[in-house]
Structures are given as structure tokens and as C-alpha cells.
Write a protein that binds this ligand. Structure first.
Ligand code: EPZ
Length: 439
């Protein structure tokens, strides 16, 4: 298994382009199951997860031509005979569950392995099933699979669906119910819909395919079902989590970095917290704002001062602070002048990075869903073990600034969600190499 070996201390400088969003792309790819026509996606990141999704779709009779170099995928259903999402794929990528709504909507049947828990905690799918049942689906559990069927005639029907759960709404659950409702008979209203930009991007693509969805990006969405969807070419939104990670890489190394294709409109909570920390985020060029009128594709310049102020961070559903940036901001706050408090309200057990950061000299005290971070003068390089995608990203950030050598083992987690992270960081002047790891 590969590892990253990082010599800490280089100040990052230069320019880097943010890739298309992994978490937008996976449900967009799954939506190709909803039409017989080709679906063309551009800005598709070349990742383990997008490759896994391509394999899953192939197994469901959807041809996928993926040009990783040009970030372009063409997907077209050839055979609707196979509607089984096997455990072997679902267990490697929990997001496989987002084929459930599209399969049910178009084919009237789906058999999808129940995803298990994962390194970031307990991850039920009760809200997905509740929503789809309200649209008329019969869903039973059989040997670890959700076996779902539309009513006689094969079409679901519109309904009022509430998707709030104990930790807020559900992103992929909203994608599943929205996709299913797009081809149902009648009107569906989703209350407490997830407001994440990835949900809005899926709605945008479905509308371009002929669906009738309003309110995406707000807690109430209305979907008027249509009979068919048709072909589309769609550019995937930029990855707000990759952007946030590189912003914090610049911050932690006291660097000066320009990020192109940066979705600042989706990063308000991060920018608010980082302003408190003392980071400067400006349009990259004097007139960049007028050149790039799209706030989801801006060029920004990140500069930082040596002194970092402590802040309190609470993760929440969008537009709150994203749980997917919690590990990264923790790495940054390890070096702030004082005590910060970080609380994860989405995944209260998502703290696998805490003991690893402690091995690098961080001062962290965890109490339930919160971690008190007492700033230290420096972090010290060490061999560390990545346990999930974002935890690994947090450890890489720590390694960039730590004294000496940090080896981040098991970077296959990073390869799930960051395209060639080491190359992006090398481009900015970091001393980071991919090597064959020992763990
Ligand atoms: C998406 O997962 C993302 N994955 C996650 O990113 C992200 O952390 C998460 O949303 C929250 O923002 C993809 O988009 C592929 P949820 P998802 O359903 O949709 C609870 C990454 O690192 N819940 O919104 O699976 C759940 O336990 C990944 O890129 C229920 O109670 O997350 C959690 O506490 C990791 N019942 C909260 O809701 C349900 O049926 C939010 O989960 C579903 C979820």
C-alpha cells in the first residue's frame, strides 16, 4: 500500500486548479441509469471512487467510457436486465447506495447491498428507505440487501416526504428520493431536504434532462414527475472539500497560493472561520471578480500571517461548516495561539485523526463529539496511519508543517477523493513523495 513521505517546512506558493467534485459526481453518474440516452459529464475527477462507480454502473448494464486525462465520462445504458448492486462493491464505496433511487425510478426494481458502518461512524440508511416507501416502493431486507420494488405498473407516485433525521437531513438520501420522484407519477415535496451544493448540481442536471425540480439547494424541494428523461452534457461543480483542503494547506504552511475554479459560494462557513483565524482570502487578481462572475468557479488568493488565532468550530449541514473539513481545520488549529473547540454534529465519532495528530505532538482532549485543541508551538514528524479519506488529508496538512519527516501510510484513502494530491502539492513547492508503504 502506498504512503506519502513528507518533509515539513516548505511554504506553499503557486497556483493550482480545483478539480470537479467527487461527491457531486457520484450521484450524477448514477443518474445516467435514468435515461436510455447518453449522459456526458465533464470535469469528472479521476479517483478511486469515480472508477468504482463506473464499475458498479457497468455491472448494472450502463456502458461507461471514462477519459481520466481529460476528465470526461460518457455513460449510456445498454441493458436493463441486471439491477443488483453487489455487496463487494458497496462495501468498498458506501456512496454506491445512490443507485437505489435511479434504479427504482427507471426499472421499477433494485437490489442494493445495505452499506455497513464505516470508519467515520454509524451510517444508517433509514431515511433513504423511509422516503422511497412514501413514494410507494415496497422495500424489504433480505440477506443484507435492500430489495425494492415499485407498485404494479412499475411507477412510483408523488408524496410529501420529510427527510430530517437526528443529525439533520441526508445528502445521498435526498439525491435518491429526488431522483426517484423525477420519474414518478404526480408531485413530490421533500421537506428538510439536504441543501448541499452537490444536491443542487444533481437537480440542475436532471432538469437539463427534462425533469421538473424546483427549490433545490433549499430545505423544501418540489418535483413534478415526468415520463422520460433525455441526454445531457453537464459540467460537474468544483470540489468544495478539495478547495477547502488546499486553502488550509496554504494556511498551515504560512503560504501564498492562488486557487482557480474555487467554489467560494459553497465555502462561506469555512471562510468565516478562517477570517477569525487570521487568514486572508481575496479575489486572485484585481478584476478577477468581474472576469469570473460565477462564484462557484472563482480564482482566489490565500495568504496567511504567521500568527493563527484559535476559533470554535461546529460542523453542521450546509451552509454550516462541513464535517468533511473537520480533520483539516483541526490540523490547522493545532498550531493556533490558544484553545479551540471543535464539535462534529454530523458524525460525532469522526475523530480517528485525533490519536495520530497527538503522536505528532498535538495537544488534544476529546470529550464525546467535541475536541479541545490547545495550540502548540510545533508539530513533530512521525509515521502515522490514515484511517479515512478526510482524516488522511488532515494528517497530510500536519505533515506539511511538522519538523522532520512524516510518513502518512495507507494513502489509498486519499486516492478515493483527491486526484493526485501529492502532485498538486509538489506543484505548490511541498516536499512530498509517494512511496511503497509498509502498512
Ligand atoms: C455525504 O454522505 C457525503 N458523501 C459525505 O462525504 C459527507 O460527510 C456527508 O454527506 C455529510 O455531509 C457523499 O456525498 C458521497 P448523510 P451521506 O446521509 O449522504 C445520518 C467524504 O469524505 N443519517 O448526509 O451518506 C448520518 O448517520 C464523505 O467525502 C441517518 O440518520 O451522509 C449522519 O449523521 C464522507 N439516516 C447524517 O445523517 C440516514 O438514512 C448525515 O449523513 C442517512 C443519514
Amino acid at each position: 500500500m502506498d504512503a506519502f513521505v513528507i518533509q515539513g517546512g516548505a511554504r506553499l506558493r503557486g497556483r493550482v486548479r480545483v478539480n470537479g467534485s467527487k461527491n457531486a459526481c457520484l450521484p450524477l453518474m448514477a443518474a445516467a441509469l435514468m435515461t436510455d440516452d447518453p449522459v456526458v459529464l465533464t470535469d469528472v475527477p479521476d479517483l478511486r471512487d469515480t472508477r468504482n462507480m463506473a464499475s458498479l454502473l457497468e455491472s448494472l448494464g450502463c456502458g461507461v467510457q471514462f477519459d481520466g486525462e481529460h476528465h470526461r465520462a460518457t455513460l449510456r445504458v445498454k441493458d436493463e436486465g441486471q439491477s443488483l448492486a453487489h455487496y463487494d462493491i458497496v462495501r468498498t464505496m458506501r456512496a454506491s447506495v445512490c443507485v437505489l433511487g435511479p434504479l427504482l425510478a427507471k426499472r421499477g426494481v433494485a437490489k442494493v447491498s445495505m452499506p455497513g458502518g464505516c470508519n467515520i461512524g454509524d451510517r444508517p440508511v433509514d431515511l433513504h428507505m423511509r422516503g422511497l416507501r412514501l413514494l410507494g416502493a415496497k422495500i424489504r431486507l433480505e440477506e443484507g440487501y435492500m430489495v425494492a420494488e415499485a407498485p404494479a405498473g412499475g411507477r412510483l407516485h408523488g408524496a410529501r416526504v420529510f427527510l430530517g433525521g437526528p443529525y439533520g437531513s441526508t445528502v445521498l438520501g435526498t439525491c435518491n428520493v429526488m431522483s426517484a420522484a423525477a420519474l414518478a407519477d404526480g408531485t413530490t415535496v421533500i421537506e428538510s431536504a439536504a441543501c448541499e451544493p452537490e444536491v443542487a448540481d444533481l437537480a440542475k442536471m436532471l432538469n437539463a434532462m427534462g425533469a421538473n425540480i424546483t427549490g433545490a439547494g433549499t430545505p423544501r424541494m418540489t418535483i413534478e414527475g415526468v415520463k422520460n428523461l433525455h441526454s445531457v452534457e453537464h459540467q460537474v461543480i468544483a470540489d468544495r472539500i478539495e478547495a477547502g483542503t488546499y486553502i488550509m494547506a496554504a494556511a498551515i504552511t504560512n503560504g501564498d497560493v492562488v486557487l482557480d475554479n474555487c467554489p467560494i459560494d459553497a465555502l462561506t462557513a469555512l471562510i468565516d472561520r478562517l477570517a477569525q483565524v487570521g487568514l486572508e482570502i481575496q479575489p486572485a487578481d484585481e478584476d478577477a471578480k468581474s472576469v469570473a462572475s460565477d462564484d462557484m468557479r472563482q480564482s482566489i488568493r490565500v495568504g496567511s500571517y504567521r500568527r493563527l488565532n484559535p476559533v470554535h468550530v461546529v460542523t453542521q449541514p450546509h451552509p454550516g461548516f462541513p464535517t468533511d473539513l473537520q480533520a483539516q481545520i483541526m490540523a490547522l488549529l493545532c498550531l493556533a495561539d490558544g484553545n479551540s473547540l471543535i464539535t462534529d454534529k454530523i458524525f460525532p465519532d469522526r475523530f480517528m485523526h485525533v490519536p495520530e495528530l497527538s503522536r505528532m505532538g498535538a495537544s488534544l482532549i476529546r470529550n464525546g463529539p467535541s475536541v479541545m485543541v490547545s495550540g502548540v508551538r510545533e508539530l513533530i514528524g512521525a509515521p502515522v496511519m490514515a484511517s479515512d479519506l478526510r482524516a488522511s488529508a488532515g494528517l497530510v496538512l500536519a505533515g506539511l508543517v511538522a519538523r522532520g519527516t512524516t510518513t502518512v501510510n495507507r494513502v489509498y484513502h486519499i486516492d478515493r477523493g483527491y486526484e493526485k494530491m501529492e502532485v498538486q502539492l509538489q506543484q505548490l513547492g511541498a516536499t512530498i513523495q509517494r512511496v511503497e508503504g509498509s502498512a
